[in-house]
Design a binder for this molecule. Structure first.
Ligand code: SER
Length: 319
C-alpha cells in the first residue's frame, strides 16, 4: 500500500500545532514533515525551517523527502495583515503559488489550502451566508484568501491538482495560541478566566462571529482530505459551520465555572473587521458532499478549554 508522506507549512501556528500531532498519530511520525518560517525554541527538532514563498526550497523539501501531500497552513492573518498589506499579499499568495507549482510539476497526490470566513464582505448576507455569496473582502488577508480560492480551483481544473479547501471560522483551542487574527479573543478569554484575571475584550459584547472548536476543525480537515476525490464538488473552498456566538455569550458560559469572571469592552480596529464578516455560515455543500457535522457547542468548548488550561497552568485547586 502506498504510504502518504505529508509536508505541513505553518506547522508552528495555532492550527498547525494540533494538526501535525494528529497527522503524526494517523500516518506515523516519520511520514509527517512539519515546517515553519521561524522555529520556536521548544519546537527545535520537531519543526524544520522552510520559507514557503521560495518555490525552489519547497521543491527541494518535497523531492528530498518523497512528499506526496502538502497542508499549506502558512499565512499572515486578518488583523496582523493590515499592518503591512503588501507583505501579507506576497506571503500568502507567493507561498500558495510555490505549493501549487510544486504540486503540478511533481504530481503530488493532494494539497490542503485553508481559506476563511474573511473572504466575505458587505455584499454577502450576514446571516446564514451561503457558499456562493459574492466575495468582497475588506482585509488584505481576506483578499488573499479569496484570490487563493480561485487559484486553487484553476489548478484543479487546468492541471488536475487535487487541491481541497475549507473556509474556517475562528478556531478555539487550548493547545496553542492564535497569532494576529480577529477571532483571537475567543481563545485569550479562556486563558484569563482560568488565571482569574479580568479580560479586556477588543470586540463589542454583541458582535456575533462564526467559530469552531479545534477538535472539530482538525476533524473537518481530515475528513475533507480523506474523502474520495469525486465527492469534492467545491474546488474553491467549502463553507464550514460549527457555531456562532458573541463575546457576552462566551462570558455567560465561562461564568458557569467562574461566576466572578470580569470582562470589560474596549473595541479597537478589529471590531470593524468583525463587522464586515458573516455572523453565521450555511454549509449545506460540506454536509452533502462529505457529510460534515460539528460536535462541540459553546458549553462543551468552555468545559474542555477550562479543564485543559487548568492542567496547562498547573492549577489544581477548584475555582
Ligand atoms: N481567524 C482568522 C482571523 O481572525 C480568520 O480566518 O484572522
Amino acid at each position: 500500500m502506498k504510504v502518504d508522506r505529508v509536508l505541513v507549512t505553518g506547522a508552528g501556528g495555532q492550527l498547525g500545532t494540533v494538526l501535525v500531532k494528529t497527522l503524526r498519530k494517523l500516518k506515523g511520525v516519520e511520514n509527517v514533515l512539519a515546517t515553519d518560517l521561524h522555529i520556536k525554541p521548544e519546537d527545535k527538532g520537531l519543526i524544520f525551517p522552510l520559507d514557503a514563498t521560495n518555490e525552489e526550497a519547497v521543491a527541494e523539501m518535497v523531492l528530498g523527502n518523497k512528499i506526496t501531500q502538502i497542508y499549506h497552513l502558512a499565512a499572515i492573518l486578518s488583523a496582523k495583515g493590515e499592518e503591512d498589506p503588501l507583505l501579507t499579499w506576497n506571503t500568502n499568495l507567493k507561498s500558495l503559488f510555490a505549493i501549487l507549482e510544486v504540486a503540478r510539476k511533481y504530481n503530488l497526490d493532494k494539497i490542503f489550502f485553508p481559506s476563511s470566513i474573511a473572504v466575505f464582505g458587505a455584499s454577502a448576507p450576514k446571516e446564514n451566508t451561503p457558499q456562493d455569496a459574492y466575495l468582497d473582502p475588506t482585509t488584505v488577508y481576506g483578499t488573499s484568501k479569496a484570490a487563493g480560492e480561485q487559484w486553487a480551483n484553476y489548478y484543479f481544473k487546468k492541471y488536475k491538482v487535487d487541491v481541497r479547501s475549507l473556509r474556517y471560522p475562528g478556531i478555539i483551542g487550548y493547545q496553542s495560541l492564535p497569532g494576529g487574527g480577529t477571532t483571537d479573543y475567543a481563545v485569550e478569554i479562556y486563558h484569563k478566566a482560568v488565571n482569574k484575571e479580568p479580560y479586556i475584550c477588543y470586540l463589542k459584547e454583541d458582535t456575533t462571529l462564526p467559530m469552531i472548536y479545534m477538535n472539530d476543525a482538525v476533524r473537518a480537515t481530515l475528513e475533507l482530505m480523506e474523502a474520495p476525490a469525486e465527492k469534492i464538488k467545491t474546488r474553491t473552498s467549502y463553507n464550514l459551520n460549527a457555531l456562532s456566538f458573541t463575546p457576552s455569550q462566551v462570558v455567560e458560559s465561562i461564568k458557569k465555572w467562574y461566576p466572578n469572571f470580569k470582562v470589560t469592552y474596549k473595541e479597537d480596529y478589529r471590531e470593524a473587521i468583525a463587522q464586515s464578516w458573516p455572523s453565521s455560515i450555511l454549509d449545506t455543500q460540506a454536509q452533502e458532499d462529505w457529510q460534515w457535522q460539528p460536535h462541540y457547542l459553546l458549553d462543551d468548548i468552555s468545559n474542555e478549554m477550562i479543564t485543559e488550561l487548568k492542567k496547562k497552568y498547573n492549577l489544581h485547586s477548584q475555582l
